[in-house]
Design a protein around this ligand. Structure first.
Ligand code: F6R
Length: 257
């Protein structure tokens, strides 16, 4: 894992966006794995800016989102379909037919999940997966104790995650109890991964993910198995890391290249 430390969320997001944009310029038919939540908002904003002001062209790209709340229709204001339209898709030129998000209303969920995996495969696999991090160490909605070999599936959310996500809903009661999520093995198949985490509330999960043992209790620790993960952190999220000097040294070397 390569760890990049920034003074704040904005600086980290702009650099992460620069790396996503570099891939899209290098490979116009790139397959992007997308995340929702508060964390990638500034990254999406920067990509939209580059689209509008610098001609960054997404017309050849395909996207696959990590997850969707089970039971929410795509039109529901709290659905991840709605989030993606509002925060990214409406600001860039991605063809709608090549944006993919699990269907929270799928009737046959196992068949829908198998189909989602098949679609990723037939698109050639994900070139670059963007991830946020749950305060309990989840990636996608793979909650602690998820199999490190898990694939896209139905998942029950922990009370910790429901409580964390209640900040986006009118009340805790309204937060769905289930989701459809890419599995950990699905995520690990992406060729490159960029994970962003901001704020002190993520610090313990960040430290466990990077410096702790590989464990199903910390799903993000599975990223230790992946050869091309870059982690972008602000000071709060990095605050419990013990090897910050080493990461800074490597980051400086990278900048000098
Ligand atoms: C979202 C997702 C989740 C979030 C995580 C952090 O698609 O898969 O893993 O990345 O819950 O959420 P925020 O960014 O809202 O703190």
């Amino acid at each position: 894992m390569r760890v990049f430390l920034y003074s704040d969320e904005q600086a980290a997001s702009v650099e992460a966006a620069r790396q996503v944009a570099a891939l899209v310029r290098r490979k116009p038919a790139a397959v992007l794995g997308l995340a929702t939540g508060g964390t990638p908002l500034a990254l999406y904003k920067e990509l939209i800016r580059q689209h509008g002001q610098e001609g960054l062209d997404f017309s050849g790209c395909t996207t696959f989102n990590l997850d969707e709340y089970a039971g929410l229709a795509p039109s529901h204001p709290m659905s991840y379909h709605h989030y993606m339209r509002e925060n990214f898709f409406e600001g860039v030129n991605l063809p709608a037919e090549r944006t993919n998000i699990p269907d929270g209303l799928a009737e046959d969920i196992p068949a829908h999940c198998a189909d989602y995996e098949a679609k990723i495969h037939s698109a050639g696999g994900v070139d670059l997966q963007i991830l946020g991090l749950g305060s309990d160490g989840h990636i996608g909605f793979n909650e602690p104790t998820s199999s490190l070999g898990s694939r896209t599936r139905f998942q029950t959310l922990t009370e910790n995650t429901r409580t964390d996500n209640a900040r986006y809903f009118a009340s805790l009661e309204e937060v769905p109890r289930h989701a459809i999520t890419m599995g950990i093995a699905t995520i690990l198949e992406a060729r490159e991964i960029i994970l962003l985490a901001f704020g002190a509330a993520k610090a313990a999960a960040v430290a466990s993910m990077i410096e702790g043992p590989l464990a199903a209790m910390v799903p993000a620790s599975a990223l230790q198995l992946h050869p091309a993960v870059r982690v972008f952190l602000d000071e709060g999220a990095a605050s419990l890391l013990t090897k910050k000097d080493y990461y800074r040294y490597l980051q400086q070397q990278c900048a000098g290249q």
